[in-house]
Write a protein that binds this ligand. Structure first.
Ligand SMILES: [Zn+2]
Length: 89
């Protein structure tokens, strides 16, 4: 996916709901997977962002459905819209 496609997709995602793609995928998970995902995100010392990205994308077909490293990294570091303070945008 090129930058302009990605930008368009991200812009639409942000406009629809104030959360990033990672959070949208997280919300689709069952409780067990979500808990596992959350603890992996917090385990900065033992689990790399790349490992989490691969696990999240496991079985997800097509570039549009996959999570990119930058998006995941932003979410993990709380720099994405999910963690923005009130009333941004
Ligand atoms: Zn996020």
């Amino acid at each position: 996916m090129g930058f302009s496609d990605a930008l368009e997709e991200e812009t639409r995602a942000v406009a629809r709901v104030p959360v990033c793609k990672v959070e949208l995928i997280r919300q689709e998970m069952n409780d067990t997977d979500r808990a596992s995902f959350d603890s992996a995100l917090l385990d900065l010392d033992n689990i790399s962002t790349e490992v989490i990205r691969r696990a999240v994308n496991h079985g997800r077909e097509g570039a549009r459905n996959r999570v990119g490293r930058k998006v995941l990294s932003r979410h993990r570091n709380q720099l994405c819209p999910c963690f923005a303070s009130e009333g941004v945008s």
